[in-house]
Design a protein around this ligand. Structure first.
Ligand SMILES: [Zn+2]
Length: 424
């Protein structure tokens, strides 16, 4: 079955395209891009007049909770949430049970995704065995089994010497290292951002220095080892400044932030709202502004959701003991489109940070509508207004601080390898 997406505004930064065009996909790959393409027989046609047509969006940081924690999410439900959010590809973190630290677990994810997922699922293996921080996992095996990156996400690799070896070894075999940057001693028993709101609420704070110091270490290790490193979920003005400076002197560092870090401040925690509890924590106004400035000037390469589903039993509890994280796949696109409305990014910039750049960082053949590329496409109605309703979320978990929010902008068709996997 062929698919013709007609008359949409095609935004493809990989080719410098921003114009009204048709996109023809045949046998799962982009066959033709142009104006007035005739509909060949046996072709499904989508009228994309007034809509945006982009390379399929990529979320490079999600937790699918499968294997082992399927009561929160599984590969099938997580992929449905991704498709509904406009994502054609996700990269899933290894802090499952068991941890994705060997070929067998990585293969389980790859195989289950092949049979059950609506979208492409690229597993991320762990840096250290069991993500325990003691000894390196077999990165070669993980890569062979289909892992596109390694990360101990959820915790930092505390041992700097081990992290140095991880960066050197990963560079040798060509796999991306993703750092969860956090100084655990400074975090201590903190449960939210250290500052005025934490003091008022009587909650223990996590200082910005806990993130900045860890980001600085990764930058220096990457510089020292002449190896690339990607920093996950930056949230502080300091992280953005450190990475901006490092990039300026040629360090191969990239980074991502999440929609909640440029949308919310620690004010959202008031009322002891556990759906505003995540790690790193929501920060202050100046950090939100720094995330926007970092996206605007290219310091921040990607928007990733850190989609972290949790069961109500893990969130409807006292703030101190509630688990960290929120679901994000289905709200990322409208929150990010807001950046375009605010003039932080233009549409090309938005598609770069949500598709082209994540593909480059992970080294996957996605993020482009070039002729011959895989036919992954997102068709977006930028004006569509809707309200976030827990009952309508595809994710198994509903732990979002954006429940009830009025949103503008929605993926209306999500196309994976030429197949419509989601239609609004
Ligand atoms: Zn993390």
């Amino acid at each position: 079955m062929n698919l013709l997406i007609k008359g949409g505004r095609v935004i493809d930064p990989s080719q410098g395209i921003d114009e009204i065009m048709d996109v023809l996909i045949a046998d799962g790959v982009v066959l033709e891009l142009g104006q007035g393409i005739a509909t060949p027989e046996g072709t499904q046609a989508i009228d994309a007049t007034g809509l945006l047509v982009t390379p399929g969006l990529i979320d490079m940081h999600v937790h699918l909770r499968d294997p082992g924690l399927e009561y929160k999410e599984d590969i099938a439900t997580g992929s449905r949430a991704a498709a509904a959010g406009g994502f054609t590809s996700v990269a899933c973190m290894p802090n499952t049970s068991p941890v994705i630290d060997n070929k067998a677990v990585a293969s389980y994810v790859v195989n289950k995704a092949q049979s059950e997922a609506l979208v492409n699922v690229f597993p991320i293996g762990s840096i250290t065995k069991g993500s325990k921080g003691d000894s390196l996992a077999e990165m070669g095996d993980l890569k062979e089994a289909g892992c596109v990156a390694v990360s101990d996400d959820g915790k930092p690799v505390c041992n700097s010497e081990l992290m140095r070896r991880a960066l050197e070894y990963a560079k040798g075999i060509g796999i991306t290292v993703i750092s969860h940057s956090e100084d655990l001693a400074l975090v201590g028993e903190g449960v939210m951002n250290e500052g005025f709101v934490a003091t008022e609420l009587g909650l223990k704070g996590i200082p910005w220095a806990a993130e900045d110091i860890a980001v600085a270490r990764e930058v220096y290790l990457a510089e020292f080892a002449s190896a690339p490193v990607h920093i996950a979920h930056i949230s502080t003005a300091g992280s953005a400044r450190i990475i901006r400076n490092a990039k300026a002197r040629g360090v191969k560092v990239t980074c991502e932030t999440a929609p909640h870090y440029f949308t919310l401040t620690d004010d959202a925690v008031r009322g002891y709202n556990t759906n505003a509890k995540m790690n790193p924590p929501l920060r202050g106004e100046s950090d939100v502004a720094a995330m926007k400035a970092g996206l605007a000037d290219g310091t921040i390469d990607a928007i990733a959701t850190d989609h972290a589903p949790h069961h109500p039993d893990e969130k409807d509890v006292e703030f101190n003991v509630a688990l960290n994280g929120i679901v994000g796949l289905e709200t990322s696109l409208p929150l990010s489109l807001k950046l375009v409305e605010e003039g932080v990014l233009d549409l090309k910039g938005l598609v770069s940070v949500m598709s082209c750049n994540p593909a480059k960082i992970l080294g996957i053949d996605r993020g482009t509508l070039r002729v011959g590329a895989v036919g992954d496409v997102t068709v977006i109605d930028p004006g569509k207004e809707w309200q976030v309703d827990a009952a309508k979320l595809e994710s198994k978990s509903k732990n979002s601080p954006f429940l009830g929010w009025k949103m503008k902008g929605k993926a209306v068709y999500t196309v994976v390898k030429g197949q419509v996997v989601y239609q609004a």
